[in-house]
Design a protein around this ligand. Structure first.
Ligand code: PMP
Length: 379
């Protein structure tokens, strides 16, 4: 019986697809320690250097004391809803000036819950082809139908809407704002126009933009002045905020519906109160002072050819991508090969993610290494 599993694993290995956990020594806000080496961490979502940051952790614990426990022991709808959860939800609602907010245990829970729930029988979802796995899994669980449009292709989306919209009751358009593996940005203005023209609900996942883009860090919609035009915005606390969890904020009716119907919310123990308190503390005390450092990081991203702080270096073949990571390792850089199924076949890549801790001079050697390996690889 176990042979099929072994065969699959061997097949993955022979195609350089096998995933395995690594034994890291330690991490801080800038470096990761692995195989006895100190490496510049270019593979984290720790965009503001707030995770793995001992000074920040110490400051929070000193201010919080023993007020918040490490286990909620219950789902929110049972006995797991202490005041701190509502306080964080109210804070997000105030920041976005939205109708309401619901916390989820992770971005994965949020996207699975939202996409499986908002599209019921007779409904439809239109989803960008490069949307995150959690959005895809949510759509697969939905009783509605879904269509995936070519990445960022607004013309193709409109064609689909013309052809399909009237065959369904409710229609949802879902997109990331900053795309996690490509670092490019959705045409949010056009998405808003299309959702209005074709009477759809627009859901925008700002996982990689919350805490990074916008004057107060609310995301790309804040940069564009479109925060109020999106029906539901998803943000995560596990990336720039350095904590864990996620939120959906937007129209009150959608929030109330999710509380009643989203199974990933209803049937899971709430995050520890201490984690919720930490997210709230970071947003109130640390995020407001990051504007200049965030701008500098985004400028460096632009210099390296990206629209954001995420820079894809597309190499193509799996083996070659792993080789390049090994070369960079020897030069003190920690990068990870990103391979299918995370990205489409033939587009294996190194995903460089900048943080506010990383300076331009830290990357000089990396640029010359990548440039000399292959002149066609541009960063
Ligand atoms: N959305 C996007 C776009 C993501 O990239 C990720 C995680 N990489 C998630 C959602 C899931 O968030 P979390 O890690 O909090 O589950």
């Amino acid at each position: 019986m176990f042979e099929t599993y072994t065969e699959t694993l061997e097949d993955l290995k022979s195609h350089s697809h096998l995933r395995a956990l690594k034994d890291y020594g330690d991490k801080d806000e800038k470096y990761i320690y692995f195989k006895g080496q100190k490496l510049l961490n270019l593979s984290s979502n720790n965009y503001l250097g707030l995770a793995d940051n001992r000074a920040v952790t110490k400051e929070f614990l000193e201010s919080a004391g023993a007020d918040y426990s490490f286990g909620s022991a219950s789902a929110r709808l049972l006995t797991g809803s202490l005041p701190v959860y509502k306080e964080l939800e109210n804070l997000i609602t105030d920041l976005y000036k939205s109708g309401g907010t619901l916390l989820f245990n992770s971005g994965y829970h949020a996207n699975v819950g939202i996409n499986s729930t908002l599209a019921g029988k007779g409904d439809v979802i239109f989803s960008d082809k490069l949307n995150h796995a959690s959005i895809i899994d949510g759509m697969r669980l939905s009783e509605g139908k879904f269509f995936r449009y070519p990445h960022n292709d607004m013309g193709a989306l409109e064609k689909l809407l013309v052809r399909e919209r009237n065959n369904f009751n409710n229609a949802i358009i879902v997109s990331e704002s900053v795309f996690s593996m490509d670092g490019d940005i959705a045409d949010i203005r056009r998405l808003v126009e299309l959702k209005n023209k074709y009477n759809c609900i627009l859901v925008l996942d700002e996982a990689h933009a919350f805490g990074v883009f916008g004057e107060t860090g609310l995301g790309v919609t804040e940069t564009l002045g479109l925060t109020g035009d999106v029906d539901l915005i998803v943000g995560t606390f596990g990336k720039a905020i350095g904590s864990m969890g996620a939120f959906a904020t937007g129209r009150k009716v959608l929030i109330d519906y999710l509380i009643n119907k989203a199974r990933s919310f209803i049937f899971s123990t709430a995050l520890p109160p201490v984690t919720i308190a930490f997210s709230k503390w970071i947003i109130e005390n640390k995020l407001p002072e990051t504007f200049e450092r965030r701008q500098k990081m985004l400028e460096l991203g632009k210099k390296l050819g990206s629209d954001s702080h995420i820079i894809p270096v597309i190499i193509g073949e799996n083996d070659r991508t792993v080789e390049v990571c090994d070369i960079l390792f020897k030069d003190g850089y920690f990068t990870l090969p990103i391979r299918p199924p995370t990205v489409p076949a033939g587009t294996s890549r190194i995903r460089l993610s900048l943080t506010t801790e990383i300076q331009e001079k830290d990357l000089e050697k990396l640029c010359s290494v990548i440039g000399s390996i292959n002149k066609t690889i541009k960063i």
